[in-house]
Write a protein that binds this ligand. Structure first.
Ligand SMILES: [Zn+2]
Length: 255
């Protein structure tokens, strides 16, 4: 890989990472995505462009707002750096149309996943708008490259299976197990993962969610009756399936 692709791959990722930070902050609050311009959430000062350079500004400002001196959350440079790295790793080796489409596909998935993950972690919601974009991307690619049974059955299983379990759970306990956002996300992932992939996802995300939930209750970080966001588990498992497909293959070979 030559230096030009490293430079452009990383820079593009850093700029997008900065945009994702804005989305994570703005979508749950219903603030416009491009306007108003970037501002400090504490003192509401508009941030000039030279204080808004991904990662570097955080370092130069020593992690604090130049006006009110309140700390800038560490999440900002971390998301920027991770997105920069992801963009570099996915960056096309040459600019043939297939490679560009491949980059656009996987990088968009990465961006939506990381935004979804953090919004659900902080606010316990999986915004419809992100599910919608994810659905459009998956559906377009599946229609182009996969047979209809694969994505249709994958999506149906992704919705109907968790929905019926949640319904039974509701009848038994009068409490909702999974939120509708989680069920929609399963249905959308089914479009890309297909029937076996989505069953694998449901199994491993439920397993991970229960283990972590149990552990958090054990160490008194979570109350038994309180809700834990479940989207992050779905997204973590889906990321392994999509970006590291060998992971589950080798995992399943152990058994
Ligand atoms: Zn400030």
């Amino acid at each position: 890989m030559d230096y030009a692709s490293i430079f452009f791959g990383v820079s593009f990722g850093l700029i997008f990472g900065s945009f994702l930070n804005a989305l994570i902050y703005r979508i749950p609050k219903g603030i416009g995505i491009f306007l108003p311009r970037s501002f400090c959430p504490k003192c509401e000062k508009t941030i000039p462009w030279y204080e808004n350079i991904p990662v570097l500004s955080y370092i130069f400002l020593r992690g604090a707002c130049s006006n009110c001196k309140n700390p800038i959350p560490r999440q900002y440079p971390i998301i920027e750096a991770i997105t920069g790295l992801a963009s570099y790793l996915l960056w096309p080796k040459n600019f043939e149309i297939f490679n560009i489409l491949n980059y656009a596909f996987y990088f968009s998935i990465f961006c939506i996943f990381i935004t979804h993950f953090l919004i659900d972690l902080k606010h316990k919601i999986l915004p419809n708008i992100l599910n919608l974009y994810l659905g459009i991307i998956f559906l377009t690619f599946s229609i182009m490259f996969k047979n209809w049974q694969f994505w249709l059955y994958g999506s149906l299983i992704g919705v109907l299976f968790p929905l019926s379990v949640t319904w039974l759970f509701y009848l038994a306990k009068k409490k909702e197990g999974l939120g509708m956002g989680d069920i929609k996300l399963f249905g959308i992932l089914g479009l890309h993962l297909g029937p076996m992939g989505i069953i694998q996802n449901i199994f491993f995300s439920c397993l991970g969610g229960s283990l972590i939930g149990f552990f958090l209750i054990l160490i008194n970080k979570l109350k038994r009756e309180s809700e834990m966001p479940f989207g992050p588990f779905i997204i973590l498992v889906a990321s392994l399936q999509i970006f590291f497909p060998k992971f589950f293959e080798s995992f399943l070979k152990i058994f």
